[in-house]
Design a binder for this molecule. Structure first.
Ligand SMILES: [Zn+2]
Length: 698
């Protein structure tokens, strides 16, 4: 029976370019949608740009644009990138739309009526110059643990420590540079701690048909044991100035937090799609797909980092506001390139556009991702040399080869006409038919790598069939029987090629369209994998269908991305970093280094010859340190543990080759080593007596 499914991919944020990491998800979803459509299901695939929030507002200001102008440019760019990678949304819209605003207001109204909205006072950093509240990520300062300057408000990139923004030494606003104040404001909260929400979410998240087992486990962790829920109420409001939808009844002083309106944007996009397609009955489809009680499915594809929003906040919002809840949430892992996190310095932070500009075929990437993707939340790796080998050997060496080996004989000897085949009598052909359900199941279950393995095993069989039958020898024969045999072998090979094309079509739609042209067929459906081409069917003469990946193209790609200055990666919206941050264990975090790496650190004994308070920096001391042949100025965040006057004359260990950093009150030319933990404070490391300034520490 045909299913009726509304499918979404996560909304890309409207302040940066699409990169290969994003494409994992869109390609994964697009393949899934194409396969379901080929199988005859009613599928609607919608998405939109995620446009609201502080980052967009500030970026627009930086570029001298209105937020509306910025998001329009980004919308064009994103749409083009997706289109060029073969991703075919039924609708690609924006969250800054009247449909979305109306839906948000309706949901908010329902939650209020249900008694699930609360008001609380919140104290936050406030930028006195910009006159705005600052999200945590717009506050930076010196790490309270390791004294590395310029760290974000929630965690230190240098030592991995996590802390609250109020713990930062010398906090400053990254927007204006001003020292932020603490200021209180009234915020609106969605009462997730309410017993009704807890009850609903326990039931919702423990259904493993809905969430992957690893996701369901994660949810269990987040929810805690029954009766001792760990869920806290969710702050859904932000103060003006904010680019977003004003919250009704607040006189435009409060706006919906971007993470409230972003998922609602899925529905907004669907409503817009219905309006633009008069063949669809708007009222009926809205009822069937968006409201409770319809016999339809709602499926979200997302990255594992936004599971929290999609499996907790979003379904709870829907459940208590007369909307339907998601049927399934499919989370995937992240992309690594050559086994490592994408990196600008290695040239592996690859934008979608640069991939196209390197003359690499988008379908090569679609194929490679498909060959790697499964239904788990594991990360997938794009290994560029494996990418080249795999595409060349599978697609060109195995699949395309079948057509090029048989089509020319048909053209030359038989006017391109196929012979009559009773295909069920042919063993290879039977085997190709029989895999139809298994491969369809692999696509449905998102086990694409298994599907691709099945398909390539069939391609191997087709090639070995041709190898055994040796059409090139039959073609030299003068015997009528041999020529008839040649006709049969080539006709079978072309049929096998056609069936493989059906199986690969969700992954390689452009190539499949080329094959349809070559075989004089119109749009292949899944059911065509069980049919053979009729006697006398005429195919065109073989033309080049797909080329090989060349190392030069990959080199070009790396060069392009090494030169390009690319926007900093901002995944989706302002992430609720406090909740999403994984607590890092520093021991687990430290990877082995060689002695050579250690020797790169120039550690010296230093003597503090002067120590002073720093005006305007409560936690810092300004140290003058004698290193034997020179003196250095170092700012150290040790004032919570030491009085400056007690430090003079003390021997310390200094990182002497740490790059000097300009701070607002002067340059810091090194770092003093100290031991610390949360409970006991800070302890300077001192050499035993007898050591003299300038000595090397090894
Ligand atoms: Zn640190």
């Amino acid at each position: 029976m045909a299913k009726r499914i509304l499918v979404t991919s996560a909304l890309p944020y409207a302040n940066g370019s699409i990169h290969l990491g994003h494409l994992v998800e869109y390609i994964q979803t697009d393949i899934w949608v194409r396969a379901q459509k080929m199988l005859g299901h009613e599928v609607h695939y919608v998405c939109a740009d995620d446009t609201h929030g502080t980052p967009v507002m500030l970026k627009a200001e930086q570029e001298n644009l209105s937020p509306e102008q910025l998001i329009e440019h980004v919308h064009e760019e994103h749409s083009r990138d997706f289109y060029d990678f073969g991703i075919r949304f039924d609708n690609y819209y924006t969250t800054n739309s009247p449909e979305n605003q109306q839906l948000c207001e309706e949901i908010f109204g329902s939650l209020s009526d249900a008694g699930l909205i609360d008001e609380k006072e919140v104290e936050q950093f406030y930028d006195p110059i910009k006159q705005m509240f600052l999200p945590d990520r717009y506050v930076k300062g010196t790490c309270p643990k390791c004294q590395t300057p310029d760290q974000y408000g929630d965690s230190c990139e240098a030592c991995g420590a996590t802390y609250s923004p109020t713990d930062l030494i010398e906090p400053y606003s990254t927007v204006s540079g001003a020292k932020p104040d603490r200021k209180t404001s009234t915020h609106l909260f969605f009462k997730l701690s309410d017993a009704r929400c807890e009850h609903f979410l326990r039931e919702f998240t423990q259904n493993t048909d809905r969430l992957q087992p690893e996701a369901a486990n994660k949810m269990k962790e987040w929810l805690g044991e029954a009766g001792e829920t760990k869920l806290s109420d969710w702050d859904i409001s932000r103060d003006a100035p904010y680019f977003g939808f004003p919250i009704p009844g607040t006189n435009e002083t409060k706006f919906f937090y971007v993470w409230l309106d972003a998922p609602v944007g899925y529905f907004g996009s669907f409503l817009n799609y219905l309006t633009n397609h008069q063949s669809l009955d708007t009222t009926k489809h809205t009822q069937d797909f968006l409201r409770k009680g319809g016999e339809t499915e709602l499926i979200h594809f997302i990255g594992k980092d936004i599971l929290y929003f999609h499996a907790l906040f979003w379904p709870a919002m829907l459940e208590f506001s007369k909307f339907r809840t998601p049927t399934k949430i499919f989370a995937h892992g992240f992309l690594t390139v050559n086994g490592q996190k994408m990196s600008k310095s290695r040239g592996t932070f690859i934008t979608a556009r640069s991939f196209l500009e390197s003359d690499l075929e988008p379908e090569w990437l679609r194929y490679y991702y498909a060959a790697k993707l499964n239904d788990s939340m594991e990360d997938i790796d794009l290994n560029l040399s494996d990418f080249m080998t795999r595409v060349n050997s599978d697609l060109v060496g195995k699949y395309i080869n079948i057509a090029s080996r048989s089509a020319n004989f048909l053209a030359k000897k038989f006017d391109g006409k196929l012979t009559d085949l009773s295909l069920t009598d042919n063993e290879v052909m039977c085997c190709f038919f029989e895999r139809s359900e298994t491969i369809a199941d692999a696509f449905e279950a998102r086990q694409y790598s298994r599907g691709i393995r099945e398909i390539m095993a069939l391609a191997d069989r087709a090639n070995s069939y041709i190898d055994t039958q040796k059409p090139w020898e039959l073609a030299k024969s003068a015997s009528h029987t041999d020529i008839e045999k040649l006709h049969e072998v080539c006709s079978i090979a072309i049929n096998l090629f056609k069936i493989l094309t059906v199986y690969l079509k969700p992954v390689l739609p452009t190539l499949a369209a080329g094959v349809e042209g070559f075989l004089s067929l119109t749009s292949l459906k899944w059911s065509d994998s069980k049919k053979c081409l009729p006697r006398g069917h005429v195919i065109k003469s073989y033309k080049h269908l797909m080329g090989r990946v060349d190392q030069k193209l990959i080199d070009k790609l790396i060069t392009l991305n090494s030169q390009e200055s690319i926007e900093p990666k901002t995944h989706s919206s302002e992430p609720n970093t406090k909740k999403m941050t994984v607590k890092k264990n520093t021991v687990e975090n430290a990877s082995d280094i060689t002695i050579d790496t250690f020797n790169k650190i120039d550690l010296r004994v230093g003597k503090i010859i002067e120590a002073k308070n720093v005006e305007g920096a409560d936690k810092l001391a300004r140290l003058k340190i004698d290193l034997g042949d020179e003196q250095r100025q170092v700012f150290a965040g040790i004032k919570s543990a030491y009085n400056p006057e007690d430090l003079e004359g003390k021997l310390v260990v200094v990182v002497a080759n740490l790059k000097a950093r300009k701070m607002r009150f002067g340059e810091s030319q090194g770092m003093v080593l100290a031991a610390s933990n949360e409970e006991s404070g800070i302890f300077l490391i001192s050499p035993d007596s007898g050591a003299v300034p300038g000595m090397q520490v090894k």
